[in-house]
Write a protein that binds this ligand. Sequence first.
Ligand SMILES: [Zn+2]
Length: 410
Amino acid sequence: MKILCADYIVTCNDNFDIIKDGAICFDNKIVQIGKADKVIEDNPYAKVKKLSPNSVIMPSLVNTHVHLEFSANKTTLIYGDFVKWLQSIISKRDELQKNCNDICYENAINEMLESGILAFGAVSSFGDDMISCYKAPQRVVYFNEILGSNADMIDEIKSNFDKRVQKSFEMKSKSFIPALSIHAPYSTHPILANHITKLAKKDNLLISTHFMESLAEREWLDSGSGKFKEFLNTFNKNAKPMYSPAKYLDLFEECKTIFVHANCCTQNEYKKISSLGSYISHCLVSNRLLNNPLLNLKTVLQNNIPLCIGTDGLSSNISLNIWDELRSVLFAHIDIDVLTLSKYLLNAATRNGAYALGLEESAYLQNGKNADMITILLPDHVEDLKQLPLELILHTKKVKSGYINGERYV
Ligand SMILES: [Zn+2]
């Protein structure tokens, strides 16, 4: 057993307790957490390590939405318009895929690891990143994604998809958990979407889906018009919306779902997402780069929808470092008090993300939970503990160490 002592422990538990001069005694689970003197006295045989002054211990960070397959993008894709970006993804897909080899995946995974992301949800369209995700030190929820709207192709898409899912199940382990993804309501035929929800219910699998990401998607699903009409007509001259937004949301009854983006929802749609017990993954930088509206965080909170954080892929971000993302979120939502928002964001990036990915045992720091945690060194001491969440978000770029099941990986 080991004991780590730090000036501050941010537990992210139900009360958001912060322990000053605290310690955690752990093996693969947390054995005891509390004031350092007491923890050391109660566990005389544990090896004690005192972290540098101004150190913080907190739960591991969770990136709920990332596409590793586009990690080779730097300046290739078109930003500033969602539909133009989608078109550039389609035209540059082969080039980007070819340029992302195992080292490219490893770099992306390491960037997340060094920022303290010890669990992530990877959405995979082709399965090219499966082995890299399997080998990653982090806990990975691997969302096998399906898409396609051409009715003639459904059998082929389904059969290829089932093979990918099967392969991911053969690799299933404690830290590699297969899951499912429906790309979006504008891109996925109802037969395919139903195939996924059926599978999810049968095997109790998580689902992730992009939903209401752009005003173009809003217009298309509401009235079958706008920029999407032009875009989808290039694939099918008679393209029509395959669902109303309400019908699409109905698909997820009795499913454990993460709705990604959901920044263009109506009040009724937020109510529905709330009643489904689903999560919203907020990928703010991606929304900004593609000129999509800012999520109305106040409305999400009023509807009691738990928010989690996603960096999205390097296809629409410059960084997979979750602290970069948190700083952007903090600076963008100016209608919420900065201290309140900081505290909320630390919960979003830890416990909410862990719950969303089905990793409840790693959600916060408490006796009996997994010893999944990170340590951070602040540049100076913080006198008023109410300021601590904000200071963490402002100053952290990389973590000093990271533990999964009590083993050090950073
Ligand atoms: Zn995405």
